[in-house]
Design a protein around this ligand. Sequence first.
Ligand code: MLT
Length: 298
Amino acid sequence: MSERFEADLVFACGEGNYLPAVDVWLVIDVLRATTVITRWFELGGTELYPVKTPDEARNFVLKLRERGSSPLLMGEVNGIPPEGFDLGNSPVELTYELIQSHYCGVMSTTNGTVALNEAALSGSPVIAVSFRNYSACLDYALTIGRRIGLLCSGRKRRPSWEDTICAGAIIEALSTKGELAMSDSAKIALNLWENRGDNLLEYVKKSEHAIYLEHIGYKKDLAFACELDVSTVVPMLAADKEAHTILRSVSGNARPYHKETESVKPEMKPAKRADPFEELLTYTKKPSEYFYVRKKEK
Ligand code: MLT
């Protein structure tokens, strides 16, 4: 009998949004937060803190610098770098050299980092997904459970065309693994993906945000964000010693996979199931839901 999976999808995420109970959240923000996150780890970045607001990011960077760290402060407000940031939120502006001199980053964006932190509050494991790494992320998610949550960051708490298309690609991939039960929202995303035609970039360029980004000079980000499955990195949320949410890659290879230069995709190292919160919390699964209980003090 084939394995049975479930897919549930939330079209947009803002503070305090209700999130259904799932085994793992795949958080999507194609333009551009999760594409930037994927690129960060492709280029060898080791730690990336997603924070909700630019002020929070600035204050956190000061704290890290006081401890001798030199994090890169990156992100956007209305698509452009906020005052005092080292970098905006363009994935094509990230370079190997930049990341080698700043292995740690602090990132604040309008929707993507908010969605990541909302998903973290659910108590389920959270993975940052883009078109670039969606198959590797799905494969890893399936080592955690069978009820897959797709959290589209959306745009200012409303659905986004490109995030929904990416979610549809993931759902289609999931449907090839066995029997799949889909929420209506998941069915809508799958339908959107299946109707993409033969040019994903042109399809994605219909989105409000894609039109806006092209208007403000970030046209190159669109094609970059639409490269399918060129990476095997799996950025997963964990909690650092002070319970800050931090992204680390739990699987895959740092170097970006380039079709033209590599005949065979770099093989993913067998993914050890990592519970990113194990050092902080005890993870307990009840039949009806997942929840985290704080580790009993010794
Ligand atoms: C978002 O958070 O929605 C994006 O990062 C916005 C952007 O990069 O333009």
